[in-house]
Design a protein around this ligand. Sequence first.
Ligand code: HEM
Length: 484
Amino acid sequence: MSMSKNLTGANGAPIADNQNSRTAGPRGPVLLDDFNLVEKLAHFNRENIPERRVHAKGAAAHGTFTVTKDISKYSFAKLFDTIGKQTPVFLRFSTVGGERGSADTARDPRGFALKFYTEEGNWDIVGNNTPVFFIRDSIKFPDFIHTQKRDPKSNLKDANMMWDFWSHSPEALHQVTILFSDRGIPDGFRFMHGYGSHTYSLINKDGVRTWVKWHYRTQQGIKNLDPAKAGELAGSNPDYATEDLFNAIERKEFPRWNVYIQVMTEEQARTYKENPFDVTKVWSQKEFPLHEVGYFELNRNPENYFAEVEQAAFAPSNVVPGTGLSPDKMLQGRVFAYADAQRYRVGTNYQLLPINAPKCPYANHQRDGAMRLDSNGGGSLNYDPNSNTDSPKQTNQREPLFPSDLSGAAGQYDHRTDEDYYSQPAALYKLMNKEQKELLISNLAASMQGVKEDILQRALAHFVKIDPEYGQSLAAKVGIKIKA
Ligand code: HEM
């Protein structure tokens, strides 16, 4: 919007009176030819766009990623090519299940969506504050999310749906144990770690692919909220985390996260004891230690929430040369889901909006579509190949997706055969001290209040399999006897 000193209509014509509608006489009815009034009311009616189906409530900030260690042996991506190199980033934090106005202090994973505006295009890692997820096949995502949302009849959240689903989906136990631990309600967005969660890949200049997991460690330290305090804040200050992030940046207390990768060769992946592409599992940090890459800092608040945060579109399909995906089934589903959601939520030309557009030169043959807001390619050709030497040409350098060895017959393979759902949550439970275990049990028991006995029995049987002490303490706290 180019600013005028005069208030104008959307057509640019000056508005003489913005306080009184046009009426037939001082007390008379309003006239339809008051086009400024009509325009004002009509535009207001169209101010909202659909909220994100998940992660609707969030806050974001701009910042900078700085490289501190040379990882060129793993990736030829331009953003990593020099120590000290800086790349602009935009990071949106969110809760998952609640609506756009819901409380920031809910027990829920926190979204951790990072966009790097690199010189070879935008690269997004759309992760969470947890290293794992509840499910590992995208075919289950809509069902899972329905259990986190509202009951179709009562329009109430219902712990029965949640526990019913989890008790049938034991691969969720690892993430459930994290969610109900002390880390389940972080004290704002600054005091938590972030993770890419999935296995991704990096590709070096010799065409060697390495599997990686991304970790971001908060320099602010971990701080969590006591559940009673979180409940109180949900009423007194539902925007607690949004406010904390915004005010810290205004005060110039710029939060930082150190960036690390865990690294696994293709060979190691073939022989690793677990499926390294299963997002419900972590990789042992003893076997695959963290390698430092750099850090990012958030140092600028958005000027306009709707323009920059509500319209922001993060997508795992945004990869740049030298980075890549993996055969993780969930990730594959996500590669489709995000851009599809954004075409619907924001509109076909969402990638042209300033927050989503690359900051490097770009050119393609996309034309037209609703709300095309740039010159739409002007008079240039809109097909390819063509004989115009000025027209953008494919680079012929590297395939956007690194070649993959595929094998096996197409089929719907049961991912539940011969599975170990229990050792990783068991290891996590063992790591906790006495207070952490007590808090975990008490948080779980609180969420199980009012849940039907058959669902609880099925859920508790899994907790016993993780660790008998875990299951029995939980049953005792809930006040039921586990059936043999
Ligand atoms: C947002 C789908 C799994 C993290 C979204 C959105 C969709 C979606 C449709 C809204 C996008 C938009 O309207 O802009 C899915 C599907 C999944 C999945 C189908 C499983 C197959 C995950 C996982 C993570 C994750 C495993 C983290 C590791 C996020 C985050 C956002 C988000 C952080 C918010 C992005 C933002 O801040 O704008 N997801 N999701 N999702 N998802 Fe997922």
